[in-house]
Ligand binder design. Structure first.
Ligand code: OOG
Ligand code: MG
Length: 261
């Protein structure tokens, strides 16, 4: 574990790289001792800082939960991160790319929780019972690391490359859809660029919530009622540039679109 002063210094560096977006060298190159727990300690400090600035925590994200994503990023373990309310954009938004470095989009299933969920081992049934609804989401990632290259501790400290996210399409009750087999087709400027089934995320995206709750429990925390949870990209993430239009069509759950400006 790095000392507190070093973690503070890394936090300031990440916060600046996110606020006035610019790349930084991979953190483990500069701080070879940085491990996964240090990454989360940086995240905790980022959250405290953002809450102080008056920003609001709206949910959590799981990432690197599908084979497509793990292979694309060369990381084989999931990561968790935080979602701030001001990073949520409405469906159909034009997302300005001048506030982003090298954005990528990915298709996800979001869960919106109605009950608090906690404990070392919740079942899929408990996750579904605690869920208000599930809804299509597009996450816009933007790594603050050069060439979008990182390792697990570094990406965790960068809050899982979180930049923006969009919720849309048709929300459904979790038990009214078969979450193992929801087809998702992503189009970029009218051409299909990625497709997957929701089961690509750990066999069932509720497993992301299971893992998240177990991880929170290990840190003495629970998943609060009302949280939005992004369960992780089912497809590899696709790079976007100004004037690109992205639409993701979800089987039985409508579609969601964004443009980049
Ligand atoms: C890390 C974030 C991963 C996902 O859904 O897999 C993530 C990255 O790939 O930059 O959000
Ligand atoms: Mg994601």
């Amino acid at each position: 574990m790095l000392d507190s002063a070093t973690l503070d210094r890394i936090t300031a560096q990440v916060a600046t790289a996110q606020a006035a977006p610019h790349t930084m060298p991979k953190l483990t190159e500069v701080y070879p001792g940085l491990d996964v727990e240090d990454g989360y300690a940086v995240q905790d400090r980022l959250l405290a800082r953002w809450l102080d600035e008056g920003r609001e925590l709206i949910g959590l994200k799981a990432g690197l939960t599908s084979k497509a994503k793990m292979e694309q990023m060369g990381v084989s373990e999931p990561s968790f991160g935080i979602l701030m309310r001001d990073t949520l954009d409405p469906e159909g938004s034009i997302i300005p790319t001048q506030c982003l470095i090298h954005p990528r989009v990915e298709a996800e299933i979001a869960f919106v929780m109605k009950d608090e969920l906690g404990g070392p081992e919740v079942s899929i049934d408990q996750v579904l019972d605690a869920t208000d609804f599930v809804q299509p989401a597009i996450e816009i990632l933007d790594s603050r690391f050069e060439k979008f290259k990182f390792d697990l501790p570094s990406v965790i400290a960068d809050n899982g490359s979180s930049a923006r996210f969009v919720m849309g399409g048709r929300p459904r009750r979790a038990r009214n859809v078969d979450l193992r087999t929801i087809g998702m087709v992503m189009e970029l400027n009218g051409e299909i660029v990625a497709m997957a089934s929701s089961g690509a995320v750990l066999g069932h995206p509720a497993r992301s919530i299971q893992m998240l709750v177990a991880w929170l429990h290990g840190r003495g925390r629970t998943l609060p009622a009302g949280s939005i949870v992004l369960t992780g990209g089912a497809t590899a993430a696709i790079a976007v540039k100004p004037d690109d239009a992205v639409i993701v069509r979800y089987q039985d759950m409508g579609e969601i679109s964004v443009r980049f400006g």
